[in-house]
Design a protein around this ligand. Structure first.
Ligand code: PRP
Length: 217
C-alpha cells in the first residue's frame, strides 16, 4: 500500500482544530486553506528535488537553489470540499495548472456489497497531463475511496503517466486507502491522518463530519 503520513506538527495542529465540532464555518474553511498550504510545502520537501542555479544578488553572483518541477504541477479540485484545500495548495504551487471535477456519492443508492458507493460525475475539466508533471488530486476526505477511484479513472484515461501522481487527503479511512491503492497502484496516497473506521453510512470516524457542509453551509 502506497500510503504516507504527513507528519508536520502544524498539519496535525490544524487538522485537530478543524475536527473540533466547535469550529465554525469561517474558521473551518480557513483551517482547510492552511492545511492545504502545509501539505503543499510537505510535498515539495519530501518529493521534489532542488537544483543549483546561478543567481545575481544586488552585490555579486552566487549559487542559489530552486525546486525542480515547480512549473510542472497539476492540481485537481474534487468539488466541493476540496476548494479551500486547493486554495492553500496554490500558495505552495502558484503556477499550477488546475483541473476541476464534480463527483459525489449517490448516498440514496446506498452502499454496494463491497462497501463502495455509486458515484455521480457532473462536470469534468482537466488540463492536459504531461510525463514531467506532478499531479495532485486533492480531496480533504477519503472515506470509502469511491469518489477518488472515479476521479482517478478520469485523470488516468487518455493521459500519459505523470512523473508523480499524488492523492492528497486530510483525513482518510483504511478501507478507502486500500480501495484506491488497489485501483490505481501507481498513485501515492498522502494523508494527514488515517482514522479508525467507517460507520454504516460511510462516514469516517472520528473524522471531521461532512467537510463540504462545514465549509460551505
Ligand atoms: C465527500 C468528500 C469526498 C467524498 C469521500 O464529498 O469531500 O469527495 O465524500 O467519500 P468516499 O471516499 O466514500 O467517496 P461529498 O460526496 O459529500 O460531496 P461534497 O464535497 O460536495 O459535500
Amino acid at each position: 500500500e502506497n500510503a504516507y503520513l504527513i507528519t508536520h506538527g502544524l498539519a496535525k495542529d490544524t487538522l485537530s482544530r478543524i475536527r473540533d465540532v466547535e469550529t465554525e464555518q469561517v474558521s473551518f474553511r480557513k483551517g482547510l486553506v492552511k492545511l492545504g498550504r502545509i501539505c503543499g510545502y510537505e510535498i515539495i520537501d519530501g518529493r521534489m528535488e532542488t537544483e543549483y542555479v546561478e543567481i545575481e544578488t544586488p552585490l555579486e553572483p552566487t549559487m542559489g537553489e530552486r525546486v525542480r518541477g515547480l512549473d510542472d504541477v497539476v492540481i485537481i479540485n474534487v468539488l466541493r470540499a476540496a476548494t479551500p484545500f486547493v486554495e492553500g495548495l496554490l500558495k505552495a504551487f502558484p503556477r499550477a495548472r488546475q483541473g476541476v471535477i464534480s463527483a459525489s456519492r449517490d448516498e440514496e443508492a446506498g452502499r454496494a456489497e463491497d462497501g463502495s458507493f455509486p458515484i455521480t460525475v457532473d462536470y469534468v475539466k482537466l488540463p492536459e497531463i504531461h510525463e514531467e508533471d506532478t499531479v495532485i488530486v486533492a480531496d480533504p476526505m477519503l472515506a470509502t475511496g469511491s469518489t477518488m477511484c472515479t476521479v482517478l479513472d478520469h485523470v488516468v484515461e487518455n493521459s500519459t503517466e505523470p512523473e508523480n501522481l499524488i492523492v492528497l487527503s486530510a483525513v482518510s479511512a483504511p478501507d478507502g486507502l486500500l480501495r484506491v491503492s488497489e485501483s490505481v497502484p501507481e498513485a501515492d496516497l498522502l494523508t494527514v491522518s488515517i482514522d479508525d473506521y467507517l460507520d454504516e453510512d460511510g462516514f469516517i470516524v472520528p473524522g471531521l463530519g461532512d467537510a463540504g457542509d462545514r465549509a460551505f453551509r
